[in-house]
Write a protein that binds this ligand. Structure first.
Ligand SMILES: Cc1cc2nc3c(=O)[nH]c(=O)nc-3n(C[C@H](O)[C@H](O)[C@H](O)COP(=O)(O)OP(=O)(O)OC[C@H]3O[C@@H](n4cnc5c(N)ncnc54)[C@H](O)[C@@H]3O)c2cc1C
Length: 221
């Protein structure tokens, strides 16, 4: 295979760390974690210490500034040791960190990304609903602003790390129109994790966020 973007020395060293982490810290425990349906929080901290919690995110926010190719190879390597952890870390990077990095305000990036990229926080991203998966334009979760706060009403399913995440990026409609608003709705909101049920390590959880009012930052607009 010919790679158009060969890896840098820094990226190769990172992948060596990922391989050692997967072999020494993850693989020996994977069966127990799967049996107990519980991933220890420390494993995410360790993943952060070797740079896996913000692989592509810019260095100025604590990320590694690495290529998507390197991130994919790292996720593949970790997946050989334990697919559920690999999925959690992939979603954390590509969905939670990725969305904030791409669509967040400068204030939000400074506030949230260093906590996520260091592994202090686990991030999740909630789009899928019981009646809307691939059809992102059909999501029914609603975000309405009331006196500087957002009220979020909706039901999400299959949310990777939904039970354990410290921060969830929720996709919600805000009554505005247009394709862009439907796919990445204005008013997409960051909120601290609250509750979930129906845990399954690989499949994520069902999040019931009906009726909550939180002090939330403004959306990713
Ligand atoms: C392991 C795992 C982790 C996940 N993590 C997350 C997460 O962190 N956050 C999150 O929000 N979601 C998550 N999901 C949900 C995932 O994004 C959805 O499963 C996906 O969007 C598909 O939605 P659905 O299951 O409702 O299937 P549906 O949308 O009902 O699709 C069913 C089938 O119909 C096909 N189909 C749908 N629409 C069309 C169309 N218009 N034309 C032709 N074919 C069509 C699809 O290709 C598919 O084969 C996760 C799912 C899995 C399995």
């Amino acid at each position: 295979m010919i790679l158009e973007h060969p890896l840098s020395d820094e990226e190769r060293a990172f992948l060596d760390r990922v391989a050692a982490f997967s072999r020494d810290e993850v693989m020996p425990h994977a069966d127990d974690w799967d049996h107990d349906e519980n991933l220890p929080r420390e494993i995410f901290t360790k993943a952060g210490q070797i740079g896996m919690m913000g692989m592509v995110a810019p260095k100025e926010y604590g990320g590694g500034g690495m290529s998507n190719l390197t991130a994919a190879l790292a996720i593949k390597e970790l997946g050989k040791a334990y697919a559920a952890l690999s999925m959690d870390i992939a979603a954390h990077n590509a969905l939670a960190v990725g969305q904030i990095n791409r669509f967040g305000t400068e204030e939000q990036k400074k506030k949230y990304l260093p906590r996520l990229t260091s592994g202090e926080w686990i991030g999740a991203w909630a789009l899928t609903e019981p009646s809307a998966g691939s059809d992102t334009g059909g999501i029914e979760t609603k975000g309405t602003e009331e006196g500087g706060q957002w009220r979020i009403n909706g039901m999400e399913k299959f949310i990777t790390s939904g039970r354990t995440a410290d921060l969830v990026v929720v996709m919600a409609t805000t009554g505005q129109t247009g394709i862009g608003d439907q796919v990445f709705p204005r008013g997409t909101t960051l909120l601290p994790f609250r509750r979930g049920r129906h845990q399954s390590l690989l499949h994520g959880i069902l999040l019931d966020i009906n009726g909550d009012i939180r002090e939330l930052p403004r959306g990713l607009d």
